[in-house]
Design a protein around this ligand. Structure first.
Ligand code: FES
Length: 107
């Protein structure tokens, strides 16, 4: 299991990236729910962020790929608009343990 961060490090409406060896992931908090996905766009498998820890669009409403602007639902990873429309980000299994976000071994 790999610890990402303390839950309070991930603020409401914000995203954080984690460059784990061979497994870059990012986490988003929305409406006090946490979501973790692999940092890989289903279009060309590039990293998504515009700048460090910037995975969301201007409104913070959707996840946005910086390469071609695909937009994904935060809750499901479903691509709503863009070249990979209809595809999904890959969710990463995690749990909150002692107030830490921990990804599970088989994630
Ligand atoms: S690589 Fe993400 S939309 Fe093209």
């Amino acid at each position: 299991m790999t610890e990402l961060c303390h839950v309070n490090d991930l603020e409401e409406g914000q995203s954080l990236g984690f460059d784990l060896p061979d497994n870059p992931v990012f986490a988003v908090r929305k409406d006090d729910q946490i979501y973790v996905y692999k940092n890989s766009c289903p279009h060309l498998h590039t990293a998504l962020e515009f700048m460090e820890n910037q995975f969301l669009d201007m409104d913070g409403a959707l996840i946005e790929c910086s390469t071609h602007g695909a937009l994904f639902e935060i809750e499901t990873g479903h691509c709503l608009v863009g070249p990979c429309q209809g595809e999904y980000l890959t969710p990463v299994g995690f749990e909150v343990r002692d107030d830490k976000i921990v990804i599970l071994e088989d994630a």
